[in-house]
Write a protein that binds this ligand. Sequence first.
Ligand code: NOJ
Ligand code: CA
Length: 668
Amino acid sequence: MNMKQLTVFKQMVYFLGILYSFFACCNNDSMTVKSPDGKIEVKVSANNHRVSYAVNKENKEVILPSKLGFVLEDGDSLNRFTITGTQYASFDETWEQPWGESRFVRNHYNELKVLLQEAGGNRKVNIIFRLFNDGVGYRYEFPQQEVDSLVILTEETEFKMPYVHDAWWIPASDPYYECITTRSAISKLDTVRTPLTIETTDGKYLAIHEANLTNYPKMNLTVKDSATLCASLVPWSNGVAAYVKIPFSTPWRTLIIGEKPGDLVTSYLMLNLNEPSKIEDTSWLKPGKYIGIWWEMHLGKGTWYYGPNHGATTTNLKKYIDFAAANGISGVLAEGWNEGWEGDWTKHGNELDFTKPYPDFNIKEITDYAREKGVSMIGHHETAAATLNYERQLDKAFAFYQKYGVNIVKTGYVNPLMDFKEAHDSQYGVRHYRKVIETAAKYHIAIDNHEPVMPTGIERTWPNLMTQEAIRGQEHNAWSPDGGNPPEHTTVVPFTRGLAGPMDFTFGTFNFKNEVYPGTRVNTTLCKQLALFVVIYSPLQMASDLPENYEGIKAFDFIKDVPTDWDKTRVVDAEIGNYSIFARKDRNSSDWYVGCITDENARELDISLDFLDADAKYIAQIYADGDDADWKTNPTSFKYEEKTLTASETLHVKLATSGGCAIRFIKQ
Ligand code: NOJ
Ligand code: CA
């Protein structure tokens, strides 16, 4: 889309705004609003001063009338209202992402704002609903009024399901969101995280999450009456959920409604509900791949702390930089380069110093060397969740890296509580992470946040927040006592955690022996490791294995070639927890890439190639599991072949147990 087309879209906004009043209806105590295609409808009703909302799609109930409101401190509440007015609006705009899974995103919605006044009082709250063709977002807005602050203990927000559907969930008890996903009936859930992905009894797919989590706690969900999901806000240590200064808007509560699992992935509703970029010139944000001084420490072969096996030494860095330069990899991460890693560092984060390198790490020599070779060093700030210590050093720490030309920093928060007190995803934590992102932007530094608060699309507003963890990633395949991530794991996460944004999973293992932690390993074939570069999205992708394990192996060509920034994304086919086929078009060429993966079952799949340009021929470079491949007994067996293919053809692939297939389509 060019600028002229964008302008036409923006003009449509006004036009639709006028037209729209014919499609919305309102009577005294119930109002409706529909999605632009008319298929999804939200109905807001007031009954004895209790306001509820319900969602239908094509006249079928998706959410039954569900409560809205707040419980405040000192026995106070804000949940009985009189409707004082309604406002309707429409919007249609196509915007361009600086990096992403889709270059252009259409933000097209109809909006209903319901103005509420407290029954028997004068506090005011507005509830804003935005209806897109693929789902709904709503938020509470406290407009400027006499009262200027609130202390919120809970939200009464509910999602009442018509039936006890199945959900894929992780428990709220893990502060890092690094759990295996369980599938069960909603009635069996305890308190769970969002994104919560649901398969309805009539075979549709829903995902509940939130967008634009700013100065407020994360929303978990608890179950009531077997099929009602209730918001449960992560509190401060004193039990308060949020201290709010009015005017204020809560994050959006989001519901994607899909016909198939892939519809959840290609919904951009969460991004649309965030504010446009605050960074005007985004040319310094560079998607790319990286290797690093990392896997060797997780395998116990090197140390983060200074000593005879220290990983981040000038010599070791230069070895990695040479390998990156020779293979077109843009970044090299160095962990354990700074003072403070001695002993159990997770317990004394206050000793971590972000401007004092260990004596065997010469940052000037390393970054000069990297620059000469066309590679960048990726910095690392492990904070051990000692956020006060980190915030004291923040400006100095980013200025230090900026001076040496480091413009991506991986941050980490390994301690279940921030400053031994507050949850990562409490209002305290949310404020801290945002301060880091905004400060980093001042120094032109992009962030890869490990142990973060669950992402909510903030990267639209702050595109220097390039990727995050909040997932049980590859590190668990090094040391988890349970043997590592089971084969099914990566067939689930694109449809659960992946809906929240980029994932720094860090796959790419070619060596399946783990001498340090026998019994724990990467539970896939080598080709599945390749395919994950397409299936799991991140604009920064780590090839995590040691350089020596890549030397001389043909399959590494795929890692060298695969881009990390996409023009468009298609989920060709998927069954959550069984298999998935993703196709993505490179943003900087006419090549397409396909990744298919399976769970513990070997399978044969037919890939319809109709995503390719209709009138073109493509050379397909196919990296497939060898005929004798098996993730347990023969994970490295693979075969490479080339075929000429067109959009009208179907490609038949065979996947081994926990196997995969990775394909590059080069347009002729
Ligand atoms: C946990 C992070 O997820 C991991 O990638 C990192 O190596 C360690 N913390 C040390 O900071
Ligand atoms: Ca982690």
